[in-house]
Design a protein around this ligand. Structure first.
Ligand SMILES: NC(=O)c1ccc[n+]([C@@H]2O[C@H](COP(=O)([O-])OP(=O)(O)OC[C@H]3O[C@@H](n4cnc5c(N)ncnc54)[C@H](OP(=O)(O)O)[C@@H]3O)[C@@H](O)[C@H]2O)c1
Length: 498
């Protein structure tokens, strides 16, 4: 019997979304387009409102105009189709619900103004500000009483990344937050988890007997996770210099993907059951010893080169970057996950800037088949593509036509945009919709984040003691050549970045 499509999503309860950092990049480029998409899909209540807060002086009309200016290009930018136009009805609906409060984040007057505007309604406070501003805002929200929940009303806070900069600071920030608010009021965001293709990992694993029954070390030989970018630091040196690729990408994004691949099936569909399995999956990463580090972790930094035909500067020649900077713009690692399911399966993770291509993907390589006597068969490979062309490719062996028994690997290809009518989206749609509805499934719990930082802490310590070499790699290449040793040692190779 064919499956019927699930019931359409219902409107989120009426709420006020307060966005701190409303004059900034995240608000304009990602939050506002996501709200516009939710408005277009009629998933926001008529009484929904947005209050932007930041220090820049703006009137409500200025704030609306600033957002409208970017929105006019959003659909073309995201779809790559110049004929796409903005849905004026959806935008007008949202625009008339935007207002603005100008004020300093530490000033009690800012919070008094907010309290007056919010009244006794539901409210979500979204911290779209640099991380050094998180604590002053959280403290002021607490002190002002704005996070106190009246009966039947909610008050929630969304904390952007990076959540901490090492294990100790992540624990301290969690303790600080949990000293003021309840865990169910705290939404730690990782925008990778909002991407459809990332959400699809669990659907693929647990919704297909074909995969679930073979999802273990008996059938899987190795797993690779890649997040490669072609861009450099793009003027964000002040943020990137003290951060680097490890802090920026590994705990936040790559470990999230790893957890979705390695976690055990949750006992129920509840947010906590799912998050418990994810925390356990990250806790099961085998800690790096001092000697493992030298052979299992590679740090790199790009030098001048050519990316997509254009000459580009090296990292240390970039604006706001120290000439003797030792910040890594590339990191790769080989990991083991200590659970019966993943015994003896190596995991290879890599991420970097100014690489040969922009690509986020997970490659699951199955073990070599044993039963085909006539011709050698290649291992099956399942490639989950998060960007740029979202989809899934499964490489299987097929007989070459004609009077031969030879096998050839062929691709069974699923492209999201071919299978579904996709509208341009930012990945923040589900995350915003969920916080308005009180669903924490896609948000990180304290233990997930702390487990991630705990696993990378030995790398951070080695870097701080100058014990982990930084390898140069040419911009436009596939990263430092020495990183090839990580998979090579077990007879594997990275999937090419082309
Ligand atoms: N942009 C993205 O694509 C993106 C993606 C994922 C996550 N994030 C995260 O989202 C948050 C915001 O990112 P963003 O790119 O929007 O940042 P941003 O544009 O640099 O900053 C947002 C706003 O915060 C205020 N601000 C900046 N520096 C400040 C400081 N030192 N003290 C107090 N206020 C300051 C500024 O507003 P006023 O000067 O008007 O107060 C600014 O417009 C960050 O945590 C970032 O990691 C961003």
């Amino acid at each position: 019997m064919p499956h019927s499509p699930s019931a359409p999503a219902t409107k989120a309860p009426a709420s006020v979304l307060v966005v701190f950092g409303a004059s900034g990049d995240l608000t304009k480029r990602l939050l506002m387009p996501a709200l516009y998409n939710l408005a277009g899909n009629q998933l926001l209540d008529d009484a929904f409102e947005v209050i932007g807060v930041s220090r820049s002086a703006m009137t409500d009309a200025d704030f609306q105009a600033k957002q409208a200016e970017f929105m006019s290009t959003f659909t073309q930018l995201r779809s790559g189709d110049a004929t796409q136009t903005l849905d004026e009805t959806a935008w007008r609906w949202l625009e008339q619900r935007l207002s603005y409060v100008s004020g300093s984040y530490g000033d009690a007057a800012t919070y008094r103004a907010l309290a007056e505007r919010i009244g006794n309604r539901n409210a979500v406070f979204f911290l779209a500000v640099p991380s050094e501003t998180f604590e002053p805002i959280l403290d002021a929200l607490h002190a002002s009483g704005l996070m106190q929940q009246a009966k039947g009303k909610y008050r929630r806070v969304v904390v952007e990344k990076p959540f901490g900069r090492d294990h100790a600071s992540a624990i301290a920030l969690n303790q600080h937050l949990l000293g003021m608010f309840k865990e169910e009021q705290i939404y730690r965001i990782d925008h990778y988890l909002g991407k459809e293709t990332v959400q699809n990992i669990s659907a693929l694993r647990f919704g297909n007997r074909l995969f679930e029954s073979t999802w273990n070390g008996e059938h899987i030989e190795s797993v690779q996770i890649t997040a490669a970018e072609t861009v450099g630091v793009e003027g964000r040196g002040p943020f990137y210099e003290p951060t680097g690729a490890l802090r920026d990408m590994v705990v936040n994004h790559l470990f999230q993907l790893l957890a979705l691949i390695t976690m055990e099936p949750p006992t129920t569909a509840s947010a906590d059951a799912i998050r418990t399995e994810k925390a356990k999956a990250i806790q099961a990463i085998v800690p790096f010893s001092a000697s493992d580090l030298q052979q299992d972790v590679v740090r790199g930094q790009y030098t001048a080169g050519t990316v997509k035909g254009a000459a580009v500067a090296g990292y240390v020649q970039e604006e706001h970057v120290a000439a003797d900077s030792v910040t890594e713009t590339y990191v790769a690692m080989r990991l083991k996950v200590d659970t019966p399911r993943w015994k003896d399966v190596p995991f290879y993770l890599r991420t970097g800037k100014r690489l040969a291509t922009r690509k986020t993907e997970i490659v699951i390589t199955f073990r070599q088949p044993q039963t085909w006597a006539q011709a050698p068969a290649l291992a099956n490979t399942l490639v989950l593509r998060m960007q740029p062309e979202e989809g899934i490719t499964l490489f299987v062996n097929a007989k070459v036509p004609g009077q031969t028994q030879a096998l050839q690997s062929v691709a069974l290809d699923f492209g999201y945009k071919n299978a579904f009518a996709l509208k341009p989206n930012t990945g923040y749609e589900s995350l915003l919709y969920d916080v308005l509805r009180g669903d924490q499934t896609l948000y990180n719990r304290a233990d997930i984040i702390e487990a991630g930082w705990e696993k990378v802490q030995p790398i951070l310590d080695a870097v701080a003691k100058n014990k982990l070499k930084l390898h140069p790699y040419e911009a436009g290449s596939e990263g430092p050549q020495i990183a090839d040793n990580l998979p090579c040692r077990s007879g594997h190779t990275w999937r090419r970045l082309v």
